[in-house]
Design a protein around this ligand. Structure first.
Ligand SMILES: Nc1nc2c(ncn2[C@@H]2O[C@H](COP(=O)(O)OP(=O)(O)OP(=O)(O)O)[C@@H](O)[C@H]2O)c(=O)[nH]1
Ligand SMILES: [Mg+2]
Length: 213
């Protein structure tokens, strides 16, 4: 069966090793927790078609390795991403402290228009929390990021994180702030919207023929 969608958005999942990036992607795509998740080698890939604001959007998601030794490989994926989930682990201050480095990389390598959501993952492990919700939300505000605490284990806020990012991108397309035709936007028109545009062009041509002007 061929899929029809209005837009395709390219997404990245980034952040330190062991924060739960692969589990978040798995939960989003399979709606279950990934048992025995191993460190990602380089980059893994997943996709899912979602409905946002009346549009069908295919999310093409690149789940990158957090380990330092893969940094040169993963850096090559930043270009041309429309959205990113920047993940830390609420039970590990080290992964939270590393966020500034991840942001520097993103701001240097990705499109200036990239929409980023900060995800404080492992929300289910509240008893082992090392990073408060308040300090992370302040950090997000200061750095112009959206913010959610998530749990790839229970599924809490996982779909929301992806959908919120997609909705923001869609709003920016509709307001004209984002141009899907721009090189490296990380956005492509799908069959459905191309057909609509063609139909629209067809009807404009017809109107012109009829009015003799
Ligand atoms: N309790 C709990 N554990 C989680 C959650 N998400 C991931 N984990 C655990 O955290 C560990 C690392 O998860 P991964 O998804 O492999 O981490 P990653 O960020 O992809 O790591 P790299 O691929 O090395 O960058 C695994 O043991 C998971 O079971 C969560 O939301 N809650
Ligand atoms: Mg991984």
């Amino acid at each position: 069966m061929s899929e029809t969608y209005d837009f395709l958005f390219k997404f990245l999942v980034i952040g330190s090793a062991g924060t739960g990036k692969s589990c978040l992607l798995h939960q989003f795509i399979e709606t279950k927790f990934k048992q025995d998740s191993n460190h990602t080698i380089g980059v893994e890939f997943g996709s899912r078609v979602v409905n946002v604001g009346g549009k069908t959007v295919k999310l093409q998601i690149w789940d990158t390795a957090g380990q330092e030794r893969f940094r040169s490989v993963t850096r090559s994926y930043y270009r041309g991403a429309a959205g990113a989930l920047l993940v830390y682990d609420i039970t590990s201050r080290e992964t939270y402290n590393a966020l500034t480095n991840w942001l520097t990389d993103t701001r240097t390598l990705a499109s200036p228009n990239i929409v980023i959501i900060l995800c404080g993952n492992k929300k289910d492990l509240d008893a082992d929390r090392e990073v408060t919700f308040l300090e992370a939300s302040r950090f997000a505000q200061e750095n112009d990021l959206m913010f959610l605490e998530t749990s790839a284990l229970t599924g809490e806020n996982v779909e929301e994180a992806f959908l919120k990012t997609a909705r923001t991108i869609l709003n920016k397309i509709e307001s004209g702030e984002l141009d899907p035709e721009r090189m490296g936007s990380g956005i492509q028109y799908g069959d459905a919207s191309l057909r609509q545009q063609r139909q629209h062009r067809g009807s404009t041509a017809q109107t012109k023929q009829q009015c003799n002007c």
